[in-house]
Write a protein that binds this ligand. Structure first.
Ligand SMILES: N[C@H](CCC[C@H](N)C(=O)O)C(=O)O
Length: 286
């Protein structure tokens, strides 16, 4: 039987099992299975997935994220805020501004610290990608998908595709309460249009700087919040003329609010909380 120390953290209810790979070892080939097992609320710990905090040659730390179905994601906004908090509070770094490596490149974290505790984190998530070839999505590679007519399960919808290093498809709804998260979400997630599958977001525009938001995540299903999804929703809303570039936009997710700004310079800034729930030891390979 093997074991590792873990820290369970959440950001607006989007919760993951975090493992400090500076100290722990988990066999690479076992990671998808371990991610599935720890995520299981009945036989594991219960979470939206597994996040590894790893050494890096390009930054003080590297983040790897695995969804609850064992698939490896390429970015995780809520995860990045928790990784930044963990790294500072566990003395992997003693700066309040630093880079974090992800599978989609480097991002930059800025911590708000009080009494040596991280209260809030701003992540510069970099520039969104909009071409079909970058999402990735079938069709002409350098074509953008903004309020495009698409067909899913025999029905016609209008949607916008944005990559924040991971793929997102955004639908606008009149009322977030009745958004078809559980019906349309899974249908779109695995549609052959998306060679790497896709995260699916539903947005109700409240004002020119306020959105309501729900998500069906690739590989995890419904989560309380999705940081990269909220960033993608703000980029999509600017492109569709609902919100303004360079303006702080409040995104109301099921688990709470994020402040997102797609700046004039082109980067997307995401600000929000990160919390520690508990620590423990997980036993596997029983
Ligand atoms: N919850 C995460 C997104 C996970 C993305 C993952 N579902 C994938 O892209 O496969 C966030 O806060 O950005």
């Amino acid at each position: 039987m093997k074991q590792f120390q873990f820290t369970k953290m959440h950001a607006l209810g989007n919760n993951y099992i975090y493992v400090n790979m500076f100290k722990e070892q988990i066999e690479e080939s076992k990671l998808p299975q371990v991610a599935k097992e720890v995520s299981n609320v009945f036989t594991g710990i219960g979470s939206d997935g597994l996040i590894l905090i790893c050494p890096s040659e390009k930054a003080p730390v590297k983040m790897r994220i695995f969804n609850s179905d064992g698939s490896e994601g390429k970015n995780c906004g809520n995860g990045l805020r928790c990784v930044a908090k963990y790294a500072f509070e566990n003395k992997l770094i003693d700066e309040k501004e630093f880079s974090i490596e992800t599978l989609s490149g480097l991002v930059h974290a800025k911590l708000e610290v009080k009494d040596n505790e991280v209260q809030r984190v701003t992540i510069n998530m970099g520039q969104p990608k909009l071409d079909r070839g970058e999402i990735p999505m079938a069709g002409t590679p350098d074509e953008k998908v903004i309020n495009e007519q698409l067909e899913f399960a025999g029905e016609t919808y209008y949607a916008t595709a944005v990559s924040m290093g991971n793929p997102h498809l955004i639908f606008y709804v009149d009322s977030i309460e009745t958004a078809p998260v559980l019906t349309l979400g899974p249908r779109v997630e695995k549609d052959p249009l998306f060679p790497e599958s896709i995260n699916v977001e539903f947005v109700e525009v409240a004002s020119e700087n306020e959105l309501h938001f729900r998500v069906w995540e690739r590989g995890s299903g419904v989560t309380q919040a999705c940081g990269t999804g909220a960033c993608a929703a703000v980029v999509s809303s600017v492109l569709n003329g609902h919100t303004k570039r360079g303006m702080d936009t409040t995104v109301h997710l099921a688990g709470g609010d994020l402040l997102i700004n797609w700046t004039e310079e082109g980067n997307v800034l995401m600000t929000g909380p990160a919390e520690v729930i508990c620590t423990g030891v997980y036993f596997y390979d029983k």
